[in-house]
Design a protein around this ligand. Sequence first.
Ligand SMILES: C[S@@+](CC[C@H](N)C(=O)[O-])C[C@H]1O[C@@H](n2cnc3c(N)ncnc32)[C@H](O)[C@@H]1O
Length: 315
Amino acid sequence: MEAGHTPVLAEEVMSTLAPARGSLQIDATLGGGGHTERILEATDPDGRLLGLDADGAAIARVDGRLRPRFGDRLVLRQANFREIATIAREAGFDQVDGALFDLGLSSFQLADTDRGFGIRAGGPLDMRFDTSRGVPASELLASLDTNELTALFRRYGEEPKAGRVARAIVEARSTAPITTAEELAALVERVLPPNPRQPRRTHPATRVFQALRIAVNEELEALEAGLTAALDLLRPGGRLVILSYHSLEDRIVKRFFAAERRGCVCPPELPVCVCGRNPRLRLVTRPSLTPTAAEIEANSRARSARLRAAERLAA
Ligand SMILES: C[S@@+](CC[C@H](N)C(=O)[O-])C[C@H]1O[C@@H](n2cnc3c(N)ncnc32)[C@H](O)[C@@H]1O
């Protein structure tokens, strides 16, 4: 398999999603198509898969790589997964056997020197998955005030020194705008010097980059909307599998699964249920799966991965 397509927790995704021959599946985050390829192989000879990605480059790349092999069993759409309900219904995937979300960004995006996702790759600070919508990260850096930048780095990056970074950005941009990943990484490195007693495993700007990317793409809002819509598309017995890469994403998945497992949303002080909601999910992984040291050694992108899976119950 070509580098960059190496799917994270591939065996665990396959065993929890359990795609049967002939089944209908959705890959909400196509990326390099690594998981999609495995799912299409497992659903051979007539299973079909709808693959979404907000990034048009991902769609084009997977189309070129997998179309010759899988033909019209592979249905591709460039779309944000927050629109999964409409897209799936239009494509004839309104009752599916499985849906996979492998969140965050792909190795291709991280290595792209034109989009500013990666600290090492550098490039203009854009960070949008879909470059035709929203505003690039450089615009956020240019327009938000110190308090807004502090809140953004704190909320989406859990950066303990958020205020210090925000003040340095506002000061630096009074001389010249910050437009590249290299400039931002160097600025954060200057403001947050290494602590000799705590050797760093990651670049000091990692949390700031994560925060900007999440904000630019409204990733957490999209995740909440995507999960709810995907559950509605699952037939009873269908599986929902989510790979998350940081605690903000994982918290949303965990809470969503817990609420759908419980059903009733009445306040605890009510003596009887008045909402009438039934549980819609049962957990398949309890509580979650993480990669082995060997997988992390072979694929560093797996480092922080966490897999949660659940099965749709009969209504
Ligand atoms: C981790 S990669 C997926 C890798 C893929 N599973 C593989 O095996 O190659 C995540 C992909 O999801 C896409 N993505 C992230 N958020 C999205 C959203 N809200 N809607 C659609 N695509 C999204 C990104 O553009 C990226 O290509």
